[in-house]
Write a protein that binds this ligand. Structure first.
Ligand code: NAG
Ligand code: NAG
Ligand code: NAG
Ligand code: NAG
Ligand code: NAG
Length: 702
């Protein structure tokens, strides 16, 4: 009991508390500086969402800093991308220092959280063409676009060392259907080097598929515009440090050994290497054999053979695999009402090369958002809930920094995290591409309506986006496991967003991902960066400050119905009945919850009992997503626990939801485990998960 409140009755104490709060609020309002310039697109109703501090409307104030943001963002991006900064290398430490320094300049304290994780670099590699056993030509494994070789040589991290002198077969994209075509041409890949074009799925999966057919090496080309070569990871079986699967890789942690089965299954069994289009075309020009189908020709000038004749390559690769120290930088802005509720914004910092798009367009935005939050704090604002800004390391190797942090904090995040808002390749061109867990759709759209389209004056991001999609709201669901939201959503069940401008930029993971490209082509006036900062920052502010969390489970319900209807195209409708039944429960619970949310709007804010009621209500909204987790996880991939949104193991799967069902359908089709009953079991698992979420939203024991 506080000493200032001796022996008063409960109601007197509550009255006193209310008076103190009213006094503080009035006092602060008087001191609050007026924002200097207001964004005219902001509707009035935002005025009530202010945080616990002095600023009447933090959203308006946040947006008022946009006027000069493009120049500071561009200078951050220039500084961050002067040198390549691959995780675990000295230049990565310089990028970390830059971020720490600028967080400090923004007035924010940061913590550095290091992990020692297994990373993989190239030590030596060679490739040559042999005809009838004699050397014809040495082929280059360098990146034509990088004559200075300042960046790491093209390679696949976690590819094992190996060597082979073998015939070459061209397998198009390296998918199942491509190998069926080779079968029809009577071309066998056993004992061969397989050459594939990028685009058939995750690298590691493509390499494993070739290994399963007896290939001994995989060479990959594609994305060769301008002489670039795409680096990348071939880590298998989910994200995170291979030596500490499921727990944090801090310095004194338990570590599996390389030889352990758990570790070995994370790496492909055969080596692989990305090659330039120039090198690929030289090989294709020499391999002969039956002509490839016309559609395999891609960007090559002539139809080529699929090989299997007398041309061989000699390939050698030496991997340098070692424990390296990585650094996550974490900034915590403590909430003044609910410090134990976390709104987390994150972006990775490590890059394969210079990283202007991937990921430092996001890092430049992170620093801009940090400086705006710093200014808000100086104006007297405090977020109601805690805001955490994260700059992750070693994402490129397999989301390692974020995964280790989530694994270390799993229980705290499970009970306290409200949302995870991700940025990665934040800006790569025009056009906005939002991805989100469905309960965040409504908020995302509301905010898109408040932000000016960086490419068309006078209209909003929302306007352009809807027009482009023919009037349909197309928000991606985050089932892919290729950025830092993975551990939060797929493992911890924290709802997430991932947003970006532009798509399919041609220099992904090449040394052409530079500041110069961004300045000339990606975002010439850096206004797309500013719009990203606005959308991301407003998402963070609303989720930290709205008294009732701006989650809408009605849109989750209709999304689930849509998914399940799509399932009827693949499965007997009768089979799916349990899911439909659960969705009916979920829909009713969602509707009741949204009605309840409206009631809170008309209630007062200052009495303790209503604060607690609101907190209990918000907790239902937070915890409903956790219901979709299953402790056992997906079959054979137990780290992935989210039964609605996790990646299906077949990357060509048409289902980007219900991954357990997608896997069971795949297994039945390929008679891997043969049993139809797996499908039924997976259907029931999804049905139970949706039912659990309905129970959480209802908030009553059954
Ligand atoms: C974190 O790692 C970096 C780079 O290895 C090192 O310079 C720094 O001292 C480490 N910090 C802590 C707190 O261990
Ligand atoms: C390779 O060997 C084949 C037959 O074994 C022969 O026909 C061909 O001329 C040889 N090519 C070269 C370049 O030696
Ligand atoms: C590493 O983890 C262990 C076990 O969770 C813990 O006891 C130890 O304090 C941690 N060390 C650091 C530096 O975080
Ligand atoms: C293959 O290349 C390696 C590395 O250059 C070389 O040591 C080896 O002798 C070559 N093998 C053949 C059969 O040419
Ligand atoms: C910032 O935007 C303005 C137009 O609003 C433009 O004139 C200026 O060149 C931009 N600055 C940078 C660094 O791109």
């Amino acid at each position: 009991m506080p000493p200032s409140l001796p022996n008063f009755s409960l109601s007197t104490r509550l009255l006193l508390l209310a008076l103190i709060i009213v006094f503080l609020v009035t006092f602060h309002l008087h001191r609050s500086p007026k924002p200097s310039s207001l964004n005219t697109l902001i509707p009035h109703h935002l005025g009530g969402t202010g945080g616990g501090g002095a600023t009447a409307d933090p959203c308006r104030l946040f947006l008022s800093f946009s006027a000069t943001a493009n120049s500071s963002i561009s200078s951050h991006l220039r500084a961050l991308t002067r040198e390549p900064h691959l995780a675990g290398t000295p230049s990565a430490a310089a990028a970390a220092d830059y971020v720490r320094t600028h967080l400090e300049l923004a007035g924010l304290e940061s913590l550095t959280r290091n992990y020692s994780v297994l990373l993989s670099y190239p030590a030596a590699a060679s490739l040559s063409l042999l005809l009838n056993g004699t050397l014809v030509k040495t082929l280059s494994l360098a990146e034509p676009a990088d004559p200075t070789a300042r960046a790491v040589a093209p390679y696949h991290s976690y590819s094992p060392s190996g060597a082979a002198v073998a015939l070459v077969v061209y397998a198009n994209l390296g998918r199942d259907e491509d190998y069926l075509v080779l079968d029809r041409l009577s071309v066998d890949v056993r004992g061969c080097v397989v050459l594939v074009r990028r685009g058939g799925g995750p690298r590691g999966t493509i390499v494993e598929a070739a290994a399963a057919r007896g290939a001994v090496v995989v060479l990959m080309f594609g994305n060769g515009v301008g002489g670039g070569v795409e680096r990348g990871t071939v880590l298998l079986g989910g994200p995170g440090d291979p030596l500490t699967p499921g727990w944090a890789a801090n310095a004194s942690a338990e570590r599996f050994r390389f030889a352990d089965a758990e570790v070995r299954k994370r790496f492909p069994k055969i080596p692989s290497m990305p090659v330039s289009t120039v090198t690929a075309v030289e090989i294709l020009g020499a391999i002969g054999g039956p002509p490839a189908p016309l559609e395999w020709k891609a960007e090559m000038s002539a139809v080529v053979g699929v090989g299997g004749g007398s041309t061989m390559v000699n390939f050698t690769y030496q991997e340098d695999r070692k424990l390296a120290e990585i650094q996550n930088i974490i900034t915590i802005i403590k909430g003044c009402e609910e410090p134990d509720r976390y709104v987390i914004l994150g972006n990775h910092r490590d890059a394969w090369t210079y990283g202007a798009v991937d990921p430092n367009s996001g890092t430049a935005v992170l620093l801009d958002v940090a400086s705006r939050f710093g200014a808000l704090l100086r104006s007297g604002w405090r977020p109601k809930r805690t805001i955490i800004l994260c700059s992750w390391d070693a994402e490129e190797f397999g989301m390692i920094g974020s995964t280790e942090w989530v694994e270390q904090n799993l229980e705290n995040l499970g009970s306290k995290a409200v949302v995870y808002l991700n940025l990665d390749c934040a800006v790569q061109g025009p056009g906005f591409f939002p991805g989100a867990s469905p309960q965040l759709d409504k908020l995302l759209i509301e905010i898109m309506k408040q932000v000016t389209d960086p490419d068309s004056e006078g209209i909003t991001v929302y306007h352009t986006w809807v027009a482009k999609n023919g009037g349909v709201n197309k928000i991606e669901r985050l089932s892919r496991a290729d950025s830092d939201f993975t551990a939060f959503l797929h493992h911890a069940g924290v709802p997430a967003t991932d947003i970006y401008f532009g798509e399919d930029y041609p220099f992904y993971h090449t040394t052409l991902d530079t500041y110069e490209w961004m300045e000339k082509h990606g975002d010439p006036s850096f206004l797309r960066h500013v719009a990203t900062s606005e959308i991301w920052g407003l998402l963070g502010l609303r989720l930290a400050d709205d008294r009732i969390l701006p989650f809408d489970y009605n849109s989750y319900a209709s999304q689930l119905l849509e998914h399940t209807n799509a399932l009827t195209a693949l499965l007997d409708g009768l089979k799916i009945k349990p899911i439909f039944a659960s969705i009916r429960q979920f829909t009713a619970a969602a509707k009741a919850v949204q009605d309840e949310a409206k009631m809170f709007e008309v209630q007062g804010v200052a009495d303790v009992a209503s604060c607690l009621r609101r907190r209990a209500f918000n907790d239902k909204l937070i915890l409903a997503e956790r219901s979709f987790l299953d402790a056992e996880g997906l079959r054979g991939r137990p780290w992935f626990k989210h039964l609605l949104y996790s990646p299906p193991k077949d990357s060509a799967s048409k289902l980007s939801f219900f991954p357990g069902i997608a896997d069971a359908i795949y297994d039945a089709k390929n008679s891997i485990k043969g049993e139809e009953s797996n499908i039924d079991h997976e259907i029931w698992r999804v049905a139970r998960a949706i039912r659990r979420a309905a129970d959480v939203l209802r908030g009553e024991l059954t």
